[in-house]
Design a protein around this ligand. Structure first.
Ligand SMILES: [Zn+2]
Ligand SMILES: [Zn+2]
Length: 143
């Protein structure tokens, strides 16, 4: 199914159309994401650049040291997506949920936790909790 999502910033000045399938659905606990997105855990989906079409004049903030940027609405300041070093578009789940009446669709739920050893909050769920990236070891309760 070729599902599409229409995201809208809080002010309504910017819309973003997402089509196709995300490449990853994750909660990232790494310090870089926490600092860059201003959150204790970045719950997001990552999309190929071609899947993301923006309507409106976004502004972009380039990270001073890392190969990543954040694209935000100049009117309300909300980040519509980030761009990571793989040129994927990272869309916060807050936006995706809002586009669906406040509920994240079942097929867009996070499937894992990344960089869990850098966490500032503990999470109790059944998802795999990778200590670093998804090619590495997972967190074991009590270990
Ligand atoms: Zn806005
Ligand atoms: Zn991260």
């Amino acid at each position: 199914m070729n599902e599409s999502h229409k995201l809208t910033c809080l002010y309504g000045a910017i819309t973003v159309d997402l089509t196709g399938e995300p490449a990853a659905l994750a909660n990232c606990h790494c310090q870089t994401c926490r600092d860059f997105y201003g959150t204790s855990m970045l719950s997001a989906t990552a999309w190929p650049a071609a899947s993301v079409v923006t309507n409106g004049a976004l502004q972009t903030f380039q990270h001073p040291h890392k190969q990543m940027s954040r694209s935000f609405c100049p009117a309300c300041g909300e980040t519509l997506f980030g761009t990571n070093r793989l040129n994927m578009r990272v869309v916060p789940n807050s936006l995706l949920a809002r586009a669906h009446g406040g509920t994240l669709p079942a097929n867009r739920q996070p499937t894992m936790h990344l960089f869990y050893q850098q966490r500032v909050i503990d999470v109790s769920d059944a998802l795999p909790k990778y200590l670093d990236g998804w090619d590495g070891p997972v967190y074991e309760e009590g270990a």
